[in-house]
Design a protein around this ligand. Structure first.
Ligand SMILES: *[C@@H]1O[C@H](CO)[C@@H](O)[C@H](O)[C@H]1NC(C)=O
Ligand SMILES: *[C@@H]1O[C@H](CO)[C@@H](O)[C@H](O)[C@H]1NC(C)=O
Ligand SMILES: *[C@@H]1O[C@H](CO)[C@@H](O)[C@H](O)[C@H]1NC(C)=O
Ligand SMILES: *[C@@H]1O[C@H](CO)[C@@H](O)[C@H](O)[C@H]1NC(C)=O
Ligand SMILES: *[C@@H]1O[C@H](CO)[C@@H](O)[C@H](O)[C@H]1NC(C)=O
Length: 672
């Protein structure tokens, strides 16, 4: 009797929880599923007409915890329907002419809050699920998907198929992503590289002069701070996702590769127009921003598999695929060298070569690679050393053990973002021909160096991105394709960085204690002017007009991040890359005693285990130039960047087209 009462109470509690909506915050049972029935893609999602995707339904039976229900037995007889614009509801299988999939079952657990985590009492959930693979909605309009389960419970999702967009207005698209790049960083980089006279800049960054600018909001689907995987995925697919996921909506199963997928821009571009595509990055090429163009995984850390997906497509589930990138340049030899982190231990240089790729492991080889063949270029292990180390402190490169061929020494003869991007344009223009191309070029270490609070290295890479944009415009002019190429420069998220004054490094170094050192900072009227644009002792670094003439002046920018670990601050360029905090014997992060020893301690604002800065909430800018530029003004969501680019490329076809000849149009559309 007492037991039954307890159970009744548990049910009442459970109802209260679901009625109050999502109560979970730090941890969630499944971010997109506040009820016990989950429709994935969830409520309020948009689609491009004809864009392929998977659908998954899940029914959850929490075994314990505040939501415990039905003794942990999930309903296996759930049903699901779809109706267009309030019309007749059809079963999912009938509507999509999809065979009824097999029922899948699994168990997962999660913590309801930090108290549950401290006590190590996870809530256990049993799941029944079905996945309908590779379907598409062809007709624009509003669709209602209804999941019925537990004899009377329903979960509904409204999906909107945006208007048809079949006219191709841009032949080519070049999408530059400054990873983590904000307006504040752009402003700081401009101050370092461009001279002012009486408060006015004599020259600008290349994208300062783009005709249209907008702002994108970067939230994940289930958290307001994003990482680079799901933000890249939103930009490339028009679908939001969860932290660490790309090209999929996250489900609750353990397998990171079975989550419901969404088609990416390059998969559509290949399927519909047969265009060429490429990715260039200063990160390892399996990193989120480049790999999300072709990647479908709940876990961005599936690096080896993701490289295999880029080359061969998703092999385990029915899915559309490209024939692999036409140009693929970056770091990350670990995923290519046999046995070092490559998929199934295979030699991926050889796998790419087998499919007709030229393979370059240094700049000389890259520049000499033929433009009519697909091209792979992997120039080091891990990320490319940053611009500042490649150009100002090259002695730092000699200590690295990052030979892309697997040797024990440093990578030699490294290209920069500019050389990789210009070569990619040559290859893509030649291979795409009349069918055009899509290129994503990423300045990756703007983000990576901001994480390390290494402002100068981050800003150096931002200036490298800007220099690359400038050179790209010149290159497109020279190839006579500038007018038919849409150029977008944006970011995937920000960091809470800004400059608030200068610091007199000579005065700071002469002070004895932390508080006096802070008085080296000049604010407002005492901030003075940028000294980075004046050659030091008459000697400039010779890195070109759009970079600082002096990285190490006496008066440096005083800057900081809103989110940081304990660290010591001594403003000014570090001769070596920075590690601001280290993990102590108790597993927590503390000031790194060897970083900026003459600086003052800044205590952290982050959880005490974080050794680096983290991403922030800010909207990020979108600069556009070329066909469709007028559509990029205003403030919109990151997914809208995808719809703007996809519409400009005429990818909203509303039918199953292969290579633009229409011969493979299926009649599904008429039958709907
Ligand atoms: C749920 O049950 C598991 C054992 O199956 C247990 O480890 C866990 O602590 C329980 N959680 C709660 C919230 O009671
Ligand atoms: C589109 O056509 C291709 C090639 O015929 C086929 O493999 C694929 O299943 C079709 N997609 C849909 C959603 O019908
Ligand atoms: C496909 O599934 C097989 C068997 O489960 C597994 O060994 C293989 O690694 C999977 N391939 C990919 C690309 O995930
Ligand atoms: C660059 O690559 C080419 C071709 O693999 C090789 O012959 C050459 O020695 C390499 N150069 C350097 C500096 O490593
Ligand atoms: C401030 O930072 C120092 C050095 O990491 C650390 O020992 C100290 O505990 C921190 N203080 C607080 C309040 O976190």
């Amino acid at each position: 009797m007492a037991r039954m009462l307890l159970k009744a109470n548990a049910v009442a509690l459970c109802l209260a929880v679901s009625l109050s909506g999502v109560s979970a915050q730090t941890f969630q049972r499944l971010g997109t599923c506040p009820d016990l029935g989950c429709v994935i893609p969830p409520d309020q999602q948009d689609f491009l007409p004809g864009q392929e995707f998977d659908i998954r339904f899940e029914v959850h039976a929490p075994k314990n915890g505040s939501e415990a229900f039905n003794d942990g037995v999930p309903d296996e007889k759930f049903t699901a329907t779809i109706a267009k614009d309030g019309g007749e509801a059809k079963s999912i299988a009938d509507f999509f002419e999809h065979s009824e999939p097999e029922l899948e079952k699994w168990t997962f657990s999660w913590f309801e809050d930090l108290f549950a985590k401290d006590a190590n009492t996870p809530s256990v959930v049993n799941v029944a699920s079905k996945a309908y693979r590779r379907v598409a909605l062809y007709e624009p309009g509003d669709y209602t998907v209804t999941l019925k389960y537990y004899d009377g419970k329903t979960t509904t999702a409204k999906w909107t198929v945006r208007p048809l967009a079949t006219k191709k207005r841009a032949k080519n698209v070049i999408f530059f992503i400054g990873d983590g790049m904000t307006t504040n960083m752009i402003t700081a980089a401009r101050l370092l590289a461009h001279q002012t006279v009486n408060g006015r800049y004599k020259s600008h960054l290349a994208f300062d002069d783009f005709p249209v600018i907008g702002h994108q909001m970067t939230h994940s689907i289930d958290s307001f701070i994003t990482d680079s995987a799901n933000s890249a995925s939103a930009l490339y697919t028009g679908h939001k996702s969860s932290v660490n996921a790309m090209g999929v909506y996250a489900d609750s199963s353990a397998d990171p590769l079975d989550d419901p997928k969404v088609e990416t821009i390059v998969e559509m571009l290949h399927r519909i127009w047969g265009s060429a595509w490429g990715a260039v990055s200063t990160a390892f090429i399996a990193d989120a921003t480049p790999i999300a163009l072709s990647g479908h995984s709940r876990l961005r850390s599936q690096y080896g598999v993701l490289i295999d997906q880029a080359l061969n497509g998703v092999s385990n589930y029915s899915w559309t695929r490209t024939d692999g990138p036409d140009a693929y340049f970056g770091g990350g030899a670990e995923q290519f060298l046999p046995g070092s982190g490559s998929f199934q231990g295979k030699d991926y240089y050889a796998e790419f070569a087998k499919k007709g790729y030229s393979v370059s492991l240094n700049k000389t080889a890259l520049l000499a690679a033929p433009n009519d063949k697909k091209a792979l270029g992997i120039f080091c292990k891990s990320n490319l050393p940053v611009w500042l180390d490649r150009n100002i402190f090259p002695e730092n490169l000699d200590t690295l053990k990052n030979d892309p061929a697997g040797g024990s020494g440093p990578a030699k003869d490294l290209p920069g973002l500019k050389e990789m991007t210009l070569k990619a344009i040559d290859v893509l223009n030649e291979r795409g021909g009349k069918k055009g191309f899509f290129l994503m070029s990423e300045g990756a270490s703007i983000d990576k160096q901001m994480h390390a609070l290494d402002y100068d290295r981050a800003l150096g890479d931002l200036l490298e991105l800007d220099d690359t944009v400038r050179a790209t415009i010149a290159k497109l002019k020279e190839l006579n394709i500038l007018d038919e190429t849409l150029i977008v420069v944006s970011a995937d998220h920000g960091h809470g960085f800004d400059v608030f004054g200068n610091s007199d490094t000579k005065y700071a170094a002469a002070q004895e204690d932390d508080r006096s050192k802070r008085n080296a900072i000049g604010v407002y009227a005492n901030s003075g002017l940028s000294q980075y644009t004046q050659p030091k002792d008459g000697v400039s670094y010779g890195t070109g007009a759009n970079f600082p003439l002096n990285w190490d002046p006496r008066y440096v920018i005083a800057a900081g991040l809103g989110a940081n670990p304990d660290h010591r601050e001594m403003f000014g360029v570090g001769k070596k890359p920075r590690t601001p905090a280290v993990v102590g014997a108790d597993g927590e992060a503390y000031v790194n005693p060897s970083d900026r020893p003459s600086g003052f301690v800044v205590n952290g604002t982050l959880p005490t285990a974080e050794t680096q800065g983290v991403h922030s909430l800010t909207d990020v800018p979108v600069y556009a130039m070329g066909p469709c530029q007028e559509t990029f003004g205003g403030t919109y969501n990151n997914i809208d960047v995808f719809y703007k680019i996809a519409s400009c490329l005429g990818l909203g076809h509303g039918k199953n087209v292969t290579h633009g000849d229409g011969s493979q149009c299926k009649s599904k559309r008429a039958q709907l």
